[in-house]
Design a protein around this ligand. Structure first.
Ligand SMILES: Nc1ncnc2c1ncn2[C@@H]1O[C@H](COP(=O)(O)OP(=O)(O)O)[C@@H](O)[C@H]1O
Ligand SMILES: Cc1cn([C@H]2C[C@H](O)[C@@H](COP(=O)(O)OP(=O)(O)O)O2)c(=O)[nH]c1=O
Length: 188
């Protein structure tokens, strides 16, 4: 089982992952970017805005993903894996290119190893605005509210285009309500 927690910045992914770590001690927890040794270096470069070219930035995340799939996901496919972000973020955030092209590049990076369960935490513009005010933003988050809402819409479109098993959860529900919906979906 390859479960991914998806959502734009501040959607509540880390909060739900902390609960999942308590409820599923047997699972392997990982993330993108930064789920491998190479990925940590790539994450640093990407989040510090070192790539001036958006295409170069996309390839940093693709390299992170290829390494992550090879080193973490594939070797553990028989176990329960839970990842903070995935190919869904990869496709959605590369918003300077048409979805179809980015999907093809990501299918190469993932060698078609796709999540079996996609959990997308969905924010309203109002809730996102409120939450972003409470944190310092990395180079990607500082691109603004409308940018992130567009990314969220691309995430939903991507999940549907890839026909992945998924649940969209209203991220403004209580932490407990969201956690219960996640458990029902995973155990369903
Ligand atoms: N269901 C929720 N309702 C209200 N606030 C939440 C909820 N889940 C998380 N938060 C808060 O929103 C902020 C971002 O949560 P976090 O889990 O760090 O999001 P992400 O990992 O997706 O960036 C944190 O301040 C967190 O306490
Ligand atoms: C996985 C991935 C993340 N990102 C972005 C989303 C985030 O803004 C940033 C780092 O992700 P993350 O560490 O999850 O940030 P946060 O916890 O604030 O959500 O990288 C991409 O642009 N492309 C990708 O392929």
């Amino acid at each position: 089982m390859y479960v991914v927690i998806e959502g734009i910045d501040t959607a509540g992914k880390s909060t739900q992952l902390d609960i999942l770590k308590n409820n599923h001690k047997e699972a392997i927890f990982t993330k993108e970017p930064g789920g491998t040794q190479l990925g940590l270096k790539l994450r640093e470069m990407a989040l510090n805005g070192e790539a001036k070219s958006k295409v170069a930035e996309m390839f940093l995340f693709l390299a992170d993903r290829a390494e992550h799939i090879e080193e973490v996901i594939k070797p553990n496919e028989k176990n329960m894996i839970v990842s903070d972000r995935s190919v869904i973020s990869g496709i959605a955030y590369a918003s300077n290119l048409p979805l179809e092209i980015v999907i093809s590049l990501n299918l190469i990076a993932t060698s078609n190893t796709l999540p079996t369960h996609v959990i997308l935490l969905e924010l309203t513009k109002e809730e996102l605005t409120k939450r972003l005010q409470g944190k310092s933003n990395d180079s990607i988050e500082s691109r603004g509210i409308d940018y992130l809402i567009n990314i969220q819409n691309r995430m939903k479109e991507t999940v549907k285009m890839l026909k992945l098993n998924h649940i969209f959860i209203d991220a403004s529900l209580s932490i407990k309500e969201i956690s219960e919906k996640i458990e029902d979906f995973i155990n369903g």
